[in-house]
Design a protein around this ligand. Structure first.
Ligand code: ATP
Ligand code: MG
Length: 421
């Protein structure tokens, strides 16, 4: 038997319902916020990720799926969504579009060579947004509140927005210097990865999952002490707007995000649930004002977030959202002989066009086992066809909740079903 590759999984059955539900809620929330859908390729030139996400990030240093195609091109399966959207923005010259800022939302699979565990896969699904062309702190607040309201809309309320700022380049550089000085005498106390990060990406040490509770990191200097006035004012604006929009947040100076392209606001939406193990971050994002120019476009500010659908599905399951989602079908149409079956076939088509979710038997089941099947499908109503009644122009309908049976005139059946559901 051929099995699925390690770190992947099939989405079917209950999971498929969650998957579609999340995408549906996400798309409708984004449309209200006036974001437009974008789809970019699942593979891109490797250089795009190496340049944008950064060589020293976990993703590029050890998680990408790189390959050469038959034409010897160096390609990479996308590990995240921002780089592709920014590439598309530049390549399609969307910076010339008068409707700035450009606000996008996307949904799709990403690929990371990680050690698979709860909430951590090699093929993962993300939903996310990217806004290009606005540096306003109001936009930071909009994007964060979109993420917050999205989770709220799905009934996920036990969420904290953890927010921090990396400041502008000057503040970040000053902080980087102070952090390196502070860590130098302690570096041997940290994990192997952090020892490497010390030279390549010292800020990332604050984000380490292994060392996060260590004395060394707890006493580390905070970026907030190294912000220049401009960066401080900007950050305070964002916080004020969030308060104004009733978004609960917590300033957490240890949020630095693993990717190289962030500046100013960075944030994560975190759920405190045991089932998530170490994978408690549901949404993560930040501002990346230098990325567009870094990738060869005109100076354009950006901000976005991404959220892991796989983790959202685990949370929804934990919250017993399934009751809402496994509502079953509206009508099951029962028929035995050819004449009844023909009537059934036409009837289910007509009902479906009236937006009634219905089905019928196509496996030649007996009447008894059609009743069982209707129960398995959790049908709200049954239509029981029989030739004798049909000749008189009558159809039997049974309400599966009240157990009441009625004979309805064939010409009125659609109206009857629609008005009684
Ligand atoms: P983590 O700190 O958990 O490794 P990350 O910083 O690598 O997350 P991002 O790159 O910001 O995560 O991705 C955004 C979101 O995508 C995460 O908050 C999480 O919900 C989800 N995600 C990230 N990696 C995985 C994975 N391997 N499997 C499933 N979901 C993931
Ligand atoms: Mg990661």
């Amino acid at each position: 038997m051929i099995t699925k590759p390690k770190g992947t999984y099939d989405i079917y059955g209950e999971n498929a319902k969650y998957y579609n539900y999340i995408n549906g809620v996400f798309a409708s929330v984004c449309e209200y916020y006036n974001y437009e859908y974008i789809r970019t390729p699942i593979f891109e030139e490797s250089e795009l990720f190496h340049r944008s996400v950064g060589e020293s990030s976990d993703i590029v240093s050890k998680e990408t799926y790189d390959f050469k195609d038959r034409g010897e091109r160096n390609l990479t399966l996308r590990p995240e969504g921002t780089a592709g959207v920014v590439r598309s923005f530049i390549e399609n010259k969307m910076y010339g579009d008068a409707t700035q800022p450009k606000k996008f939302y996307y949904s799709g699979t990403m690929y990371r060579y990680e050690r698979p565990q709860a909430g951590r896969f090699r093929e993962l699904s993300q939903i996310g947004v990217e806004v290009l062309g606005s540096d306003s702190p109001m936009m930071d607040a909009e994007v964060i509140s979109l993420a917050y309201r999205l989770l709220e809309e799905m009934g996920i309320e036990e969420v904290t927005v953890k927010i921090n700022t990396l400041g502008d380049s000057a503040s970040r550089e000053a902080y980087r210097h102070a952090l390196v000085e502070y860590l130098k005498p302690h570096i041997h106390e940290l994990c192997e990865d952090c020892q490497k990060r010390f030279t390549t990406n010292p800020l990332r040490i604050l984000d380490c999952k292994v060392d996060k509770d260590s004395e060394v990191l707890r006493n580390a200097p905070s970026i907030l002490e190294y912000l220049n006035e401009e960066s401080k004012t900007r950050f305070n604006r964002v916080l004020e707007y969030l308060e104004y929009l009733d978004v609960d947040y917590e300033v957490d100076p240890n949020i630095v995000r693993g990717l190289d392209y962030y500046n100013h606001t960075v944030f994560e939406l975190v759920a405190d649930l045991d089932i998530l193990g170490s994978a408690t971050t549901l949404c993560a994002g930040g501002r990346y004002n230098n990325l567009v120019s870094f990738l060869g476009g005109p100076d354009t500010p950006g901000i976005g977030f991404a959220s892991g659908i796989d983790r959202l599905m685990m949370v929804l399951k934990e919250l017993n959202k399934d009751k809402e989602m496994n509502q079953g079908i509206d009508v099951y149409v029962m028929a035995i002989n050819e004449e009844e079956k023909l009537t059934a076939m036409r009837l289910v088509q007509d009902l479906r066009w009236c937006e009634v979710k219905c089905d019928m038997d196509t496996l030649g089941r007996s009447l008894k086992s059609q009743f069982k099947q209707a129960d398995r499908l959790n049908a709200r109503m049954l239509i029981i066809l029989n030739s004798e009644d049909l000749q008189k122009g009558l159809i039997t309908v049974k309400d599966n909740i009240t157990k009441e049976e009625s004979k309805i005139d064939e010409s009125e059946i659609l109206d009857y079903i629609v008005s009684n559901l």
